[in-house]
Write a protein of this length. Structure first.
Ligand code: TXA
Ligand code: MG
Length: 322
């Protein structure tokens, strides 16, 4: 039986305090939360998602001051970025304190932290009185949820409650920035763009190890392998002239296209080609195509700038099994 969906922050907080697992809306995607200091509650999060334990979780806090207990050192770059982008879709990876269970960080000496830009999510954290460790509320490797109904479909029978924060406004996951080494490293492009980050702290680097090489150093294990993927095979095409005449094919595109009658289904993410609007619609559109029983989904790439980088990253991972 599926758990209930509602907006009762007190009930959700009481469940978290009691070691429960609660999904909650944020501005990026829905999270699957547990008390970050309770290793057995966190273990349930991994089990519910079927997530490998080598893939660490993001710890969600209500305000910048909550960082002190989780970290041993807060670099000046982190202070400046927190000031600019928190609350918001930026996750900072910092040296972890002993209070954070190893399970949360998958044994890494660092912890990933962010302050969600969602009033109900922050209220939940305040009422629970503890930081909340939460990955996205989908089964491992599958499409991330941007509504309470998405969570209910995938995980509703395995969790305690879904705190309905409405549809996610940003729609792609937070940017993950590693600040515990010599240079800032952008581990995952996301809701705060690389350009925005660089305007505050100067140039950031991308990890050099190929994301597809599992033998390389696992700076951020979640970057590896197929991820964010629909069941229907997804292929990225450079332009529409590359499309073979195949029946039962769907198209995912930023803007309207002229050849849309060649496809069994078309999802246009933004009539005006606006990347913010496209990001907010992205996962729901992928799900709708996935639910049509198509043979294949074709996707046109996004411009490689701003939120387009995060969207291209998700497309590449969704397509990588092909
Ligand atoms: O927007 C988001 O970030 C959403 C919402 C719920 O906050 N959460 C999310 O969590 O996307 P998840 O588990 O799907 O992705 C977390 C990412 C993974 O790529 C993971 O490897 C990375 O953050 N990560 C977590 N802790 C890390 C650490 N200590 N060092 C490096 N990467 C870390
Ligand atoms: Mg995820």
């Amino acid at each position: 039986m599926n758990c209930s969906i509602g907006t009762d922050g007190e009930r959700a907080a009481a469940l978290i305090r009691g070691g429960g697992v609660v999904a909650f809306g944020t501005e990026t995607v829905y999270g699957l939360g547990a008390n970050a200091f309770d290793a057995s509650a966190v273990a349930r999060v991994f089990d519910v998602k079927a997530r490998p334990r080598l893939d660490p979780l993001i710890v969600h806090v209500a305000e910048r001051g909550d960082l002190e207990r989780l970290t041993t050192h807060i670099p000046a770059t982190a202070e400046r970025l927190a000031e600019h982008f928190w609350p918001g879709p930026l996750t900072l990876v910092l040296q972890k304190s002993d209070d954070v269970p190893d399970l949360v960080t998958a044994g890494l000496p660092t912890v990933a932290v962010r302050v969600p830009d969602h009033q109900l999510a922050r209220q939940l954290i305040v009422l629970a009185g503890v930081p909340i460790a939460a990955p996205s509320a989908n089964r491992f490797g599958e499409v991330s949820p941007t509504t309470a109904a998405h969570v209910s479909q995938q995980l509703g029978d395995r969790i305690d409650y879904i705190l309905d924060g409405g549809p996610c406004g940003v729609g792609v996951e937070s940017t993950v920035l590693h600040l515990a080494g010599d240079h800032p490293l952008l581990l995952r492009p996301g809701g705060v763009t690389q350009e925005e980050i660089e305007s505050v702290i100067g140039p950031v680097q991308r990890p050099v190890a190929a994301a597809s090489d599992p033998s390389g150093p696992q700076m951020s294990p979640g970057l590896l392998s197929r991820h964010y993927a629909p069941r229907t095979p997804l292929r990225i095409i450079a332009d529409l002239s590359d499309v073979p005449p195949e029946p039962c094919t769907g198209l995912l595109t930023l803007r309207p296209v002229t050849a849309s009658e060649r496809f069994a289904a078309v999802e246009v993410l933004s009539e005006q080609g606006d990347l913010r609007e496209a990001a907010a619609n992205f996962y729901a559109a992928v799900r709708r195509l996935d639910d049509r029983g198509l043979k294949r989904i074709m996707a046109l790439p996004f411009p490689e700038e701003g939120l387009g980088r995060a969207l291209n990253d998700r497309l590449r991972r969704a397509a990588c099994a092909e």
